[in-house]
Each structure stands twice: as structure tokens, then as C-alpha cells.
Design a protein around this ligand. Structure first.
Ligand SMILES: *Cc1c(COP(=O)(O)O)cnc(C)c1O
Length: 406
């Protein structure tokens, strides 16, 4: 062990720490400033990679903006009442997204559960406790959803004890509605796969006095989607915070009618007699989500889009000259709305499967993840890359494709 005196002598030779010592900063803080940052991923042997695949939960979603991290660190320095924070942040968010009320949830999925739970119970605490057991309680128990919209994430709705009733046409909806109908749920990303579009869905709900909800989890950009469906009259809207908005990956927003949000809050922490206790959002994430939303709304989206197009153009320009390669830029219309480069090749000219290429990029240094693109292709996005990483990805793609050229 070094003596304190020796330590100070040694530390004083580092410019930054030297400046801190004697300036009133405690030695422990001076030491912390001098210590190399722990590289936890390396310590743990966890692979990190350049993300050319998109905002995928299994790849940990997105990287938080510096402003979000600052908000999280700041939040960690004080106590506050969780409800008071959600009240105040909720008011601000509601104004930003044109809803009557809003609350930060632990993701879009929990937003669906909590919104529906609020509709089922209203402000009745006894009913809150009874969920997910709906039988003999007088609570409603069915959610109507178009067949094309009934995807795995609807488990969020059945978690309340409700069951899903599938429909295809407006006539089906009219037939399906009964005294047990709690909600009519819509999935934006599959909107074009269903027969009933947004406005008609909302109108059907209004006609029969049934609340309507919409899942737009992965569907910003465009930024306007944050308020478009509130303006349209959906009773509640849910969106993920940790996808394009680059807020905390474990946060999201529930926006909508004041009475629904107030009742949904009864199902959330700090209360613990409910189905939502496990969907906790800490104060740091509440602040981080709020700041991420503000930043996303204030972003110059035209400029951001141009930077994505430039990144894609660089990669396309690097691989396209290789013999047997076809490229195409595709923008998914409904969700994950970002330029996506589809690279396809002639199997006779390039002896590599799409999966082989993914494996080789993954095994390289730095490791790179790209999306699957069928037997002879991969898909690449740049929106989750750090500036400059598109150059590395372009180079590695070209290397591996050239190596496999027949
Ligand atoms: C990602 C996603 C969800 C889940 O959102 P979380 O914010 O991770 O809870 C729900 N629905 C759709 C369509 C999604 O893409």
C-alpha cells in the first residue's frame, strides 16, 4: 500500500488530479477522477458490436443520448416522491404529445397492460386488487382486435385477464361488440394488413362507446406519430422509449384520456396491490424518458434523415461495384421507418450465404451485427451506428464479399 503522502506525490504528477489536489476536492474524488474507467463488458467477457441491424430488444435496443444519461445521473442525487414526479412529468409530456394525460411506463408493453387495467377497474381499488381475475367481478373481459393486428405483444392485454376477440371487417366488429367489450385495440405497424384503418376504428369505438387504443411502439419517426393518434381520438396510445427516441430501453409512454391514465396509475408502483408492481420505473428513468422525448421532438429530423441517407449511400457505394451484387434502399412505411439497405447477391458469383456473412461480420474485429436478408442477402441500417461506424461496416462488407467472390 502506498502511504497517503506518496500517493499524493504520485497523483500530483497527473495533470488533472494534480489540479484537484489542494483545491479542496477530497482525496477520494481526486482518486476517482484518476482511476481508469472500468471496462465492464470486457471484464465480463460480453461481446459489444457495431449495430447495423436496428432497434432490437435482444441487441439492447438503442444507445441513450448524453442528455438522457445526464438526466439519469442527476436524478440519482436526490429523493423525491415517485407520484409527484410522475404527475409533473406527465403534465409536461401530455402537452408535448397533445394528450389529456400521460405517464412514463416501463415500455410500450406495460403501457398496454396498464391502460387496459385502468379501463377495467376505473378508480375502484377493490377491482384493482382483483385483477387478473375478472370472473364474477362485474368487470368487462374482452378486447376486440383485427386478426392481422393480433401479434405476440397482445399478451400485454391478456395479462389483465381479458381475452382477445379477433375480427376482420367492420361488420365483424359490430357483431363482436357486447356488454363484455372493454377495448378495441389497433396495431399501427400492421395497419396496412388489416381491412379497417385508424379513423374508421376510432369511429366504430365512438359509435359504440368503447375505448380505442393503438400500439405505435416502434413507429417513430416520423415524430408526428407521437401526437397524430392522440389528435385522431384514440383513448390511449403507447410508444417505446428505448427505440428511435433513444431514451431508457426499459421505459415508454402511456398517453391518453385523463380518466384512463389516472386509473392506470393505481396499477403502478409505488402501489403494490396490483398487477403492475413489477413494471416499476425509477425516478432516473422517468427523468431520462422525459428528456429523451423533449430531445426527440426538438431534433432536426430532416438533418438526421439526411445523415442516415448519407451513411447508407456510403455503404451502398462501397459494395455495389462488386460483381454479382444488387442493392436497393428500402424505407419500411409503418414502423422502423428509416432507410434500410438491402444487399443481395448472385449465389454463382459470391459463394456465401446471408447467414455466413452475418457470422463473419460478427466474428470480426470490431464485431458487427447486420440484419438477415434471406438466403443470399443481408439488410443494413445506420440509425443505430455512431458517427463514422458506417465506414467500418462498408469496408468489412466489401472485404467479406470480395473474399467470397468466385
Ligand atoms: C417493441 C414493441 C413492443 C414492446 O415495446 P417495449 O417498449 O419493449 O415494451 C410492443 N409492440 C410492438 C409492435 C413493438 O415493436
Amino acid at each position: 500500500m502506498l502511504s497517503r503522502r506518496k500517493l499524493i506525490q504520485r497523483l500530483s504528477s497527473f495533470p488533472l488530479v494534480g489540479g484537484l489536489i489542494g483545491s479542496g476536492v477530497p482525496l477520494s474524488q481526486a482518486l476517482a477522477a484518476a482511476a481508469p474507467k472500468r471496462d465492464l463488458f470486457r471484464e465480463l467477457g460480453v461481446r459489444t458490436f457495431i449495430n447495423g441491424a436496428g432497434t432490437l430488444t435482444y441487441m439492447t435496443g438503442s444507445l441513450m443520448h448524453d442528455e438522457v444519461l445526464e438526466a439519469i445521473n442527476y436524478g440519482a442525487t436526490e429523493f423525491c416522491l415517485l407520484d409527484e414526479l410522475q404527475d409533473k412529468v406527465g403534465e409536461k409530456i401530455a402537452r408535448l404529445v397533445h394528450s389529456e394525460a400521460a405517464v412514463v411506463t416501463s415500455g410500450a408493453f406495460s403501457g398496454m397492460t396498464l391502460g387496459l387495467a385502468g379501463i377495467l377497474t376505473g378508480m375502484d381499488l377493490k377491482k384493482v386488487e382483483q385483477l387478473p381475475h375478472l370472473e364474477y367481478t362485474g368487470m368487462k373481459s374482452e378486447v376486440i382486435c383485427q386478426k392481422a393486428h393480433d401479434i405476440v405483444y397482445n399478451h400485454a392485454l391478456t395479462n389483465t385477464g381479458c381475452k382477445i376477440v379477433q375480427v376482420e371487417t367492420a361488420e365483424d366488429v359490430e357483431k363482436a361488440i357486447n356488454e363484455r367489450t372493454a377495448l378495441m385495440h389497433f396495431l399501427h405497424i400492421e395497419a396496412d394488413k388489416g381491412k379497417i384503418m385508424h379513423e374508421e376504428w376510432v369511429a366504430l369505438g365512438k359509435k359504440h362507446n368503447i375505448p380505442t387504443s393503438i400500439d405505435i411502439a416502434a413507429d417513430v419517426p416520423p415524430v408526428e406519430n407521437l401526437w397524430r393518434f392522440n389528435d385522431m381520438g384514440f383513448s390511449f396510445v403507447v410508444v417505446s422509449g428505448g427505440k428511435a427516441m433513444r431514451g431508457p430501453q426499459s421505459a415508454g409512454l402511456l398517453m391518453g384520456r385523463k380518466d384512463i391514465i389516472a386509473a392506470a396509475r393505481l396499477h403502478m408502483p409505488p402501489r403494490g396491490f396490483n398487477i403492475g408492481r413489477g413494471m416499476k420505473v425509477n425516478k432516473e428513468e422517468v427523468l431520462g424518458m422525459y428528456v429523451a422525448l423533449e430531445k426527440f421532438i426538438n431534433t432536426d429530423h430532416a438533418k438526421l434523415w439526411k445523415s442516415w441517407e448519407d451513411g447508407i449511400a456510403h455503404i451502398e457505394g462501397t459494395v455495389k461495384p462488386l460483381p454479382g451484387i444488387q442493392t436497393e434502399v428500402h424505407v419500411p412505411p409503418m414502423g422502423n421507418h428509416t432507410p434500410t439497405l438491402r444487399i443481395r447477391w448472385d449465389a454463382a458469383k459470391i459463394r456465401l450465404t446471408g447467414k455466413d456473412l452475418q457470422d463473419r461480420l460478427r466474428a470480426g474485429d470490431p464485431s458487427i451485427e447486420v440484419g438477415g436478408g434471406g438466403p443470399n442477402g443481408v439488410n443494413v441500417t445506420v440509425w443505430m451506428m455512431k458517427p463514422g461506424q458506417e465506414k467500418i461496416v462498408a469496408k468489412r462488407l466489401r472485404e467479406e464479399l470480395s473474399k467470397a467472390s468466385a
